[in-house]
Design a protein around this ligand. Structure first.
Ligand code: HEC
Length: 293
């Protein structure tokens, strides 16, 4: 068997190059090279940066002279291409003259009630809850005790000593006398401009949603601090039993247990006065530094 195989004559190659005329070979090589030209032009125009616009067979109005932002423009005396709004004009949709709605202030005081544009409804509060859980709960916690995940992690880092020189201010709990007495306009302003170390959420949260969040913060505060008589009668007995069971189980005195966020004593002195004293421009002043953090 194997012998037979060895004795077969060597097969003719598919192309016998020695018989192909040289000119044909060269012509083929040159043609093949030129066929790459269109491909490489397409490749170059797709992938390289050109100072000139791409060649366009039918240009229409594809490429026109224009100014880029921040460019120098000799047509104006100050040479700036970006112009200020002409005096006394307001861009469409940016009038925002309703101080109560857009800034949470009436005159020079923070508004103590919601503006007319805001209808307090279940939908609004649910929207507020949704936005609150996205933007605020990370720091302030879902119930507003200032114990969100970011706070837990940051505090753990501070305690571990691995914070590499960073500092962390614990977000305030909403459940203190001081914060319960904050006017709604003040909370609105806190979201808009930030306050002390808390950053501004003006650019992330539209005005309508900020009011929805304010309504939800109020809801959270009410949920943790209210008289039992304000609860519907059908739920009242159940609630009282629940509270008493909780007190029986807790080792600490019952009085201070009801207000986990604050100090439990009802001082109408300092806390309230401080809240009422804060004026809008004073607050925004201090917040301006923290706002860009
Ligand atoms: C990055 C963490 C962080 C986030 C997110 C955050 N806050 Fe705060 N917030 C703070 C800190 C910190 C303070 C306390 C600031 C201080 O005292 O320096 C604070 C304070 C407050 C206060 C009390 C201010 C006062 O004295 O009246 C309110 C109200 C408040 N935040 C509401 C909100 C709302 C509403 C949101 C969501 C839109 C929010 N915060 C998101 C960190 C945060």
């Amino acid at each position: 068997m194997t012998d037979n195989k060895h004795q077969k004559p060597p097969a003719e190659p598919f192309i016998n190059w020695s018989r192909v005329p040289r000119n044909y070979v060269w012509a083929a090589i040159i043609l093949a090279s030129f066929s790459m030209v269109p491909l490489s032009i397409v490749y170059a125009h797709r992938n390289l940066n050109w100072r000139q616009p791409r060649p366009s067979v039918i240009p229409d109005m594809d490429n026109q002279y224009r100014w880029n932002p921040q460019q120098y423009n000799p047509d104006f005396a100050d040479g700036r291409v970006m112009r200020n709004w002409p005096d006394g004009t307001v861009p469409v949709g940016m009038l925002n003259e309703d101080d109560h709605y857009h800034r949470g202030i009436i005159g020079d005081k923070f508004a103590t009630d919601f503006p007319d544009q805001i209808m307090i409804s279940e939908d609004l509060i649910e929207r507020g809850q949704d936005r609150y859980n996205i933007y605020c709960a990370v720091c302030h916690g879902e119930s507003g005790y200032g114990d969100g995940l970011v706070e837990k992690r940051a505090s753990a880092l501070m305690l571990s000593g691995k914070h590499r020189g960073m500092s962390w201010v614990t977000p305030l709990s909403y459940h203190s006398d001081e914060l319960r007495q904050r006017p709604v306009g003040h909370i609105f302003n806190t979201i808009t401009n930030g306050i002390r170390t808390m950053p501004s959420y003006r650019s992330q949260i539209p005005v309508q949603d900020r009011w929805a969040i304010v309504a939800y913060v109020r809801t959270l505060q009410l949920s943790q601090w209210t008289e039992v008589t304000s609860v519907d009668e059908e739920y009242r007995d159940g609630l009282i039993k629940q509270i008493e069971a909780g007190r029986a189980a807790a080792p600490a005195p019952a009085e201070t247990q009801t207000e986990p966020g604050g100090d439990g004593t009802d001082t109408t002195g300092n806390g309230d006065a401080a809240a009422a004293d804060v004026q809008p421009d004073e607050a925004t002043q201090t917040e301006a530094d923290g706002g860009n953090a």
